[in-house]
Design a protein around this ligand. Structure first.
Ligand SMILES: Nc1ncnc2c1ncn2[C@@H]1O[C@H](COP(=O)(O)OP(=O)(O)OP(=O)(O)O)[C@@H](O)[C@H]1O
Ligand SMILES: [Mg+2]
Length: 207
């Protein structure tokens, strides 16, 4: 998980490793291959998929049409029907609402759909930019529970969050925490150590 305050560089970093921004001074290496200058569509096919923050769905399309777009951009040679059924197992509410247009879903359901659309592309690494933003605690809990299950299937997850509280609430599913401030990573380690870091205490606890 990547934690950092407003403007720290979280979104920029996630876009950079998923092909949205081409780095000038560094390289993005995936399984030994330099993918820094590949178009986003190629990076997705290699298994790196970003779920952006905010509104990420096509509001006029139905839930299932949105998911089919996710299936379409993913790797070839995987059973699309099977993926869809796995996604509906993970988010039963999306199955119930599969013929409803995405624009009329609740905020939490829209976030689930955006995550599900990312999963439809069968990522090896799923990137999520501030997935808890603007959601009620119960919805955040259900989304983080889905991350737990996604992780169990062997998919790696990189999450960015602005605050530290979500990380603390779900600390048992977080293997590694990175703290970013002023476009620089200043910490990498376990969440328990992060809590006592001076930068972090200043930013989040005012001490
Ligand atoms: N390495 C960098 N060098 C110079 N400028 C950067 C760098 N990374 C990010 N920026 C700039 O910093 C600003 C904020 O970055 P970004 O949107 O990534 O922050 P964020 O952590 O996602 O913030 P928020 O929590 O508000 O979404 C942007 O204007 C971006 O262009
Ligand atoms: Mg951001």
């Amino acid at each position: 998980m990547i934690i950092g305050p407003n403007g720290a560089g979280k979104t920029t970093f996630l876009k950079m490793i998923s092909g949205g921004i081409k780095p000038a001074l560094c390289k993005v290496i995936l399984d030994g291959e330099d993918v820094s200058q590949l178009p986003t569509s190629e990076v997705i096919k290699k298994g790196v998929v970003l779920v952006p923050s905010g509104k990420a769905n096509f509001p006029e399309l139905t839930v299932e049409e949105n998911l089919r777009l996710g299936l379409y951009v993913g790797k070839k040679g995987v059973s699309r029907k099977e993926i869809l059924s796995e996604i509906y197992d993970l988010f039963p509410v999306l199955k119930e609402r599969r013929t409803q247009v995405a624009g009329t879903l609740s905020g939490g359901e829209q976030k689930m759909l955006a995550i599900a659309r990312g999963l439809a592309a069968t990522p090896k690494i799923l990137l999520l930019d501030e997935p808890s933003f603007g959601l009620a605690p119960k919805v955040v809990e259900s989304i983080y529970n889905s991350f737990r299950k996604i992780k169990e299937t062997g998919t790696s997850i990189i999450i960015s969050e602005q605050g530290i509280s979500t990380a603390l609430d779900f600390r048992e599913i977080i293997d590694q925490v990175y703290f970013i401030i002023n476009h620089e990573f200043t910490f990498r380690g376990k969440i328990d150590e992060l809590e006592s870091m001076e930068d972090v205490r200043r930013v989040y606890f005012g001490v």
